[in-house]
Design a protein around this ligand. Structure first.
Ligand SMILES: [Zn+2]
Length: 414
């Protein structure tokens, strides 16, 4: 363990902690080494290393030594599927307790990676009715104080004869606590009618919209963008992998329309949530160049559409940098500030006054952290809520003698 003085990662308190926590000797992306004092769920002060007083030894004050760690705004997960997560190895059950258990476990996995806020899509209607949503909302309550989990209600059909039931259940889902309205318009017999219905209901309830689309049909996407521009609470689309298969001038025109409508695109570079034939990632550089708001998420976490899904925001950022050529800073932005903006959460910077939602990763540069970052310390509402420590040792040989490699107990190479 890098530090035995720090406070334990677990606590039963669900409220914003009023205790003070001092993060000592953390490296920032601008190269400074600083102390950061947290209190009341916010960053109270940032000063040069050693400049902030160590909290008095009272029980309400503690400190964490972040020597060797890079301190970042915490990631957020803008596109999870909590109701199907962790089902790759067994039958998919919508039993309430089972869904709650899996959604909680999946969220904790993602929290361990650094995501202190998560938005999870959940199916409503058909056989499961509102059970899966109820289970997800129970998981939300169980996770309070550890991570912020919100639910997107996904009805199947909203038009035609079956559409009346879908609309009724969507109304109920929003009243029950789904804070976002979503679904897959492309799976409805009338995709445009579906989008109209979703936007109308969202406008009525003042909730944001988060829709699934492959975005492979430019005319349909243009109609969607035209309609989305009118919704004040905002529209998010994902994963839009089909945009990458369109001729570049067609995709470019679609990107301009999305930018003009203020639509956020959540891309899923780790494999998405739509099965093997929908693995393409949205063309992030082209979208960014057109001025489209971008975020990156994980999608499926070990369900049938991606049995090896990891739910790791740093992996999503790594793929944006390594496969799509984004600068490491821009790639990390997509999983942190971009993702938080997509979720309607306030901005986080490592500066006084901002929310204390932080991720410390072993290393001293962002590129290195995206390359390899096993050891992580996650802070939510000013408290350490998860800690992962990795230790790698090499046998003592001439090859390693002259290198500055980590010694026992000093964490991973970075
Ligand atoms: Zn999805």
């Amino acid at each position: 363990m890098p530090d035995s003085q720090s406070q334990p990662p677990h606590s039963s308190s669900g409220q914003t902690d009023t205790a003070t926590l001092l993060l000592r000797g953390a490296r920032l992306t601008d190269g400074r080494t600083v102390d950061v004092r947290l209190g009341g769920g916010r960053i109270e002060a940032v000063g040069t290393a050693g400049s902030l007083a160590t909290p008095s030894s009272g029980s309400r004050a503690s400190k964490v030594d972040l020597d060797g760690y890079l301190l970042l705004p915490a990631p957020a997960e803008p596109h999870a599927h909590g109701d199907t997560a962790l089902t790759a190895d067994g039958p998919l059950s919508y039993d309430t307790q089972e869904v709650q258990r899996r959604a909680t476990e999946a969220s904790l996995l993602q929290l361990g990676h650094g995501a202190t806020a998560l938005r999870s899509h959940v199916r409503v209607g058909d056989v499961q009715g509102l059970d899966a949503l109820a289970a997800l909302l129970q998981a939300r309550r169980a996770l309070r104080g550890l991570a912020e989990l919100t639910a997107v209600a996904m009805p199947r059909v909203l038009t035609g004869v079956a559409g009346a039931d879908g609309l009724a259940i969507l109304q109920d889902a929003v009243k029950m606590g789904a804070s976002v309205v979503g679904g897959c318009p492309d799976a409805d017999p009338d995709p445009t009618g579906y989008v109209e219905a979703v936007l109308e209901l969202a406008s009525e309830h003042g909730c944001p919209v988060d829709l699934h689309t492959d975005a492979a049909d430019p005319a349909r996407l243009a109609r969607l963008a035209a309609m989305a521009g009118g919704l004040r609470s905002g529209v998010t689309l994902g994963p839009c992998g089909g945009l990458g298969r369109l001729p570049s001038e067609v995709a470019s025109r679609a990107a301009d329309q999305l930018a003009a409508a203020g639509v956020t695109v959540v891309c899923l570079p780790q494999g998405g949530c739509g099965g093997v034939d929908r693995r393409g990632t949205a063309p992030v550089r082209m979208l960014r160049a057109a001025g489209v708001r971008i975020a990156a998420g994980s999608g499926a976490l070990r369900d049938v559409s991606n049995p090896v899904g990891r739910g790791d925001p740093l992996e999503a950022a790594y793929l944006l940098a390594s496969r799509h050529g984004l600068r490491p800073e821009d790639a990390y932005d997509a999983v942190s500030s971009g993702a938080r903006a997509a979720l309607g959460l306030p901005e986080v910077r490592v500066e006084a006054g901002f929310p204390a939602e932080l991720l410390a990763v072993r290393g001293n540069r962002l590129a290195g952290a995206l390359s390899l970052a096993y050891s992580r310390i996650v802070v939510h509402r000013g408290r350490v809520v998860a800690r992962t420590s990795a230790v790698r040792e090499y046998c003592n040989s001439a090859a390693v003698a002259g290198l500055d490699l980590p010694r026992q107990g000093r964490g991973e190479p970075s």
